[in-house]
Design a protein around this ligand. Structure first.
Ligand code: ADE
Length: 226
């Protein structure tokens, strides 16, 4: 899968993709993540990319032309399955969105900064808008890192133990059950007996029961969709 990200502050994305599973996925050729500096498409001598809002109001707006020029250049090189815009005023990312995007070939992600982008970009070029939650962060860069991480780890081969991604919280609309590792006892706290029993069908039943209990207590809203 190829993922291109257009950002006004690309340095914010240096670290998130350079460690752990996402780094390995790139090294093994499973995912190719390319970050584009919007400033390179800026206008005039000062490479302008933002301007004040028509009609007044606080905050700068990312201008149309630099973004359109960058999008058009990238579109001339390949076809994108989706052109995604990260913004808080959008449907909220969930596991099912991540699952479906992980099946795509080429994704182009536009990241807002400052007040956001000129609405005409959203009207004409964007095919999907995604928020990472009902709160506002400084820019869409970290939001795009969350989205890309959620997608890339689902691509077959990205995680050594394939089962691991399938048993994540949310894959079946249930939160994960509790997990434990050595030692079996610490400061009087014991690992549940069943997990030491070697009885795997029983362990599976226990995990399902705990996942259900946890979901019911922490996120009962998920059970409506289960
Ligand atoms: N940009 C700022 N806040 C955001 C959010 N919650 N989701 C996506 N992009 C954002």
């Amino acid at each position: 899968m190829r993922i291109d990200i257009i950002s006004a502050v690309p340095h914010l994305l240096e670290s998130p993709f350079n460690h752990s599973i996402i780094k390995r996925a790139q090294q093994s050729g499973i995912a190719d993540i390319v970050i584009h500096d919007l400033r390179e498409y800026g206008l005039g001598k000062y490479k302008q990319i933002d301007d004040t809002q028509f009609g007044g109001g606080a905050g700068m707006v990312l201008m149309l032309e630099p973004i359109v020029n960058c999008i058009k250049k990238l579109q001339s090189e390949r076809n994108y399955d989706e052109l995604i815009y990260m913004t808080p005023d959008a449907p909220i990312l969930n596991q099912s969105i991540a699952n479906s995007l992980s099946l795509k070939e080429n994704l182009l992600i536009l990241v807002g900064h400052y007040k956001g982008v000129d609405q005409r970009i959203r009207d004409k070029y964007i095919t999907k808008e995604i928020s990472i939650g009902d709160y506002v962060i400084t820019g869409g860069e970290l939001a795009s890192a969350v989205l890309v991480d959620a997608i890339v780890r689902l691509i077959p081969g990205a995680i050594g133990d394939e089962q691991s991604a399938l048993t994540d919280s949310f894959q079946d609309n249930l939160l994960s059950p509790p997990i434990y590792t050595h030692p079996a006892e610490f400061e009087g706290m014991k690992v549940p007996e069943i997990l030491l029993s070697g009885n795997f069908p029983k362990i599976e039943d226990w995990r399902m029961e705990k996942a259900f209990e946890r979901t019911k207590s922490i996120r009962p809203d998920l059970l409506k969709d289960a």
